[in-house]
Design a binder for this molecule. Structure first.
Ligand code: PLP
Length: 461
């Protein structure tokens, strides 16, 4: 498969690159984001077979069209089998409502899926120059850095530099991010930037725009600007569809808690490839630039506002360009598939409390936003039925009964214990990987929010 930059629209002479180049470059040289030239629809026989497929088998089917002949089948399988070594369960909360738990990987958040595949894909595709180490540069609002650091730790030929906003991430996230800082010679280092997440992201973009630095340091990106993160994430939309089909559902609405909108973009790509998805809810915290766009047709990036769902504190979502690309710049086309839903910290705490008390299910703040998104959608539909005075035709009712509602549970509640514990009034036991990270002494490296400070870090041997 060839990949094009989102900035290279329509031009007959647009430069296209291979899967490998798209992954190694991360960001296209023109500053755009790579997208596949086409999204191939799965053969019907593969869709029908979903209920009997493992996560790894589904991942192979999802990635194969994009990878093409750039990796032999056995190598693709090995990469995915090694990367996706944790379950992705679908938990029924009430009839027709499901949580898709994406947080059973080593850093307890969904980013493990894309990051672990990408980290193994890079060496499998072959480093650009065997003599040079590849530097994965990531900006993180908390979760990405941990996922990428863990995914790449010990992977030969790869070095990781993580930038996170100083004092604006949770203690747990900081423990997970900095856990390799204390070991000299480790290939993963995290730096606390004196600024916001947006500052971190800007620094990364500036470094990528500096062609000299980029080549010198062998820079690549593992943020969701790298299409190599998004393509693996299409897997779990198909996987969920298979699990739902086994329970008699024909399609589902997905509510995706969104920050940079990589997860939602992956969902739309899965839908285009044939996953039976009726529509999406773009659920956000008060950083609601995409819900506002859906309401008004105007996209207005803003500085991000800190919230308790901080992995979604994003005022200028980097994947919005990909959504525009997928919907041909049409707000109406996007609205036909995606509805927006934005939620305050108080609503999030309320949802965590209600879900714990009424359903005995624990939500982290991000998953709570996804739940609020799908619950809001359900309420709006109910209201519409009420206004029409009736449940609709028999076919409408049948369709509704065969349509599931799924919210993506993107982080383990214990990862955000400082938010969840006061709300539910009891302590949470950290799962083993988290307990280990928390027990380590903290080593923090601080840098200023300037390109020069970052260049100095990147030029270190
Ligand atoms: C990163 C993250 C999100 C947002 O995902 P995007 O792909 O950036 O929209 C949601 N929840 C959690 C827990 C995250 O870490």
């Amino acid at each position: 498969m060839r990949f094009l930059s989102t900035r290279a629209r329509g031009g007959a002479a647009a430069r296209s690159v291979s899967f490998r180049t798209a992954l190694f470059e991360g960001l296209a040289p023109d500053g755009g984001l790579y997208m596949p030239e086409t999204i191939e629809r799965w053969p019907e026989s593969d869709l029908v077979a979903l209920p009997s497929r493992s996560v790894v088998e589904t991942a192979v089917a999802a990635l194969r069209p994009y990878v093409g002949d750039e990796l032999p089948a056995s190598k693709l399988y090995a990469v995915l089998d090694d990367a996706l070594n944790f379950p992705i369960p679908l938990v029924e909360i009430e009839p027709g409502l499901f949580a898709l738990e994406l947080f059973h990987g080593p850093t307890l958040a969904f980013k493990d899926v894309g990051a672990r595949v990408l980290a193994r894909m890079l060496p499998a595709l072959g480093a650009p120059d065997a003599a040079n180490v590849l530097t994965v540069l990531v900006a993180t609002s908390g979760d990405t850095g941990g996922a990428v650091g863990h995914a790449c730790h010990g992977v030969p030929g790869v070095r990781v530099v993580i930038l996170y906003p100083d004092r604006r991430i949770s203690p747990t996230q900081e423990a997970q991010l900095t856990c390799f800082n204390g070991s000299p010679g480790a290939n993963v280092r995290a730096y606390a930037v004196d600024g916001t997440f947006d500052d971190c992201q800007r620094l990364v973009k500036t470094a990528f725009a500096d062609q000299c630095l980029r080549e010198r340091a062998g820079l690549t990106s593992a943020n969701s600007i790298n299409i190599g993160r998004l393509i693996p994430q299409t897997t779990y939309y198909f996987h969920a569809a298979g699990l739902l089909a086994a329970r008699g559902y024909e399609r589902a609405y997905f509510s995706t808690p969104s920050g940079n909108f990589g997860n939602l973009t992956a969902g739309v790509m899965a839908q285009r490839a044939g996953a039976p998805i009726a529509g999406f809810v773009a659920a956000t915290n008060v950083n609601d630039v995409v819900p506002s766009y859906l309401a008004t047709g105007v996209f207005t990036p803003r500085p991000s506002i800190p919230t308790i769902a901080n992995a979604m504190d994003c005022g200028n979502p980097s994947n919005f360009d990909r959504l525009l690309w997928l919907y041909g710049d049409s707000a109406d086309a996007m609205r036909a598939d995606i509805s927006g839903s934005a939620h305050t910290d108080d609503e999030v705490r309320g949802a965590i409390r209600w879900m714990d008390e009424a359903r005995g299910y624990l939500l982290d703040p991000h998953s709570a936003i996804a739940y609020l998104g799908i619950a809001g959608r359900e309420r709006r539909e109910g209201q519409e039925r009420h206004d029409r005075r009736g449940p609709g035709s028999r076919e409408d009712v049948r369709r509704r009964d065969r349509t599931a509602r799924v919210f993506l549970a993107t982080a383990h509640p214990a990862k955000f214990a400082e938010v969840v514990e006061p709300v539910i009034g009891r302590r949470l036991e950290p799962p083993a990987p988290l307990a280990a990270a928390l027990a380590q002494p903290r080593t923090v490296f601080r840098i200023g929010a300037t390109p020069a400070a970052l260049a100095a870090v990147l030029d270190e041997p």
